[in-house]
Design a protein around this ligand. Structure first.
Ligand SMILES: Nc1ncnc2c1ncn2[C@@H]1O[C@H](COP(=O)(O)OP(=O)(O)OP(=O)(O)O)[C@@H](O)[C@H]1O
Length: 259
């Protein structure tokens, strides 16, 4: 029997984004199309200025494409009205930024719990869900610490816990290892790997070929277009890393960014 057709979690269709006015237009995205299925882990790479952040901002509804469509769970998010956007972000998306963006006056436990409370999770479920997600990300021991009492790596893992505690359709990460040393980067990437193995759908923008090698697929942007994509398949992470490095060098080399 043929497998049942499942709708992609994300479908970008001919997405264009123009900045500026008539005399000075930057075409940041120039007809970007790709799908992401449930359970995928996609790295978006490309040289500086290739459109990575613009694309992520359009997917997260922080920015709006000039033309084209973006579907999340089959819903055209480019057609959402302003008052629907915050509900969409809150319920469907989890964010991990370069800087953890935790609230300084709340403990790790309160930061993670807040994401659930905002989503109207039943109060009696909150403590157990926070404990469970903290254990998965290896931050159970810092739950009662404030952000200034945690290491950069711990803060990023708490941010990842906050991003996934609501079971979002999509986890969006923008350079999540950008501010971490190599040991903490590795730890965060291993956490993402575990989350993905548990079913989370992750899209990560990164300059770093080492970070990208933890994903299952790497999409390369150049001048606002999808230039290439490679799939890890049954390859080892090391082999996938080497393949990514080859594409990065071909694209004009940001090898200096690679740790
Ligand atoms: N608000 C804006 N106004 C005008 N141009 C913009 C704006 N934001 C981005 N751009 C331009 O759009 C293009 C894509 O930028 P974007 O930030 O998406 O690239 P990127 O691949 O994320 O780069 P980096 O890796 O350096 O962060 C660039 O040419 C940039 O100068």
């Amino acid at each position: 029997m043929a497998p049942a057709h499942t709708e992609p979690v994300l479908s970008c269709q001919n997405v264009e984004k123009l900045y500026g006015s008539r005399s000075n237009v930057t075409r940041a995205l120039d007809g970007v199309s790709f799908d992401v299925d449930a359970g995928e882990y996609l790295a978006i790479m490309g040289p500086s200025g290739s459109g990575k952040t613009t694309l992520l901002n359009c997917i997260s509804t922080i920015d709006r494409p000039t033309s084209g469509h973006i579907y999340v769970d089959g819903q055209d998010i480019t057609a959402l009205r302003a008052h629907q956007l915050s509900k969409f972000r809150r319920e469907r998306l989890g964010f991990v930024f370069q800087d953890s963006n935790l609230l300084d006056t709340l403990t790790a436990r309160e930061n993670i719990a807040l994401a659930l409370t905002i989503n109207h999770a039943p109060a009696r479920d909150v403590p157990a869900r926070v404990e469970e997600v903290a254990a998965r990300l290896g931050v159970a021991e810092v739950l009662d610490k404030f952000p200034h009492e945690m290491s950069g790596g711990q803060k990023q893992r708490v941010a990842a816990a906050r991003a996934i505690v609501t079971n979002p359709s999509l986890v969006l990460a923008d350079e999540p290892t950008g501010a971490l040393d190599s040991k903490n980067s590795r730890r965060l990437l291993e956490s993402f790997e575990t989350l993905n193995a548990d079913g989370a759908t992750i899209i990560m923008v990164t300059h770093d070929s080492f970070a990208a090698s933890y994903a299952r697929r790497a999409l390369f942007l150049k001048d606002g277009r999808v230039w290439n994509e490679i799939v890890r398949g049954s390859k080892t992470r090391k082999d996938f890393f080497n393949e990514i490095m080859d594409v990065v060098s071909f694209l004009g080399g940001e090898g200096a960014d690679v740790r």
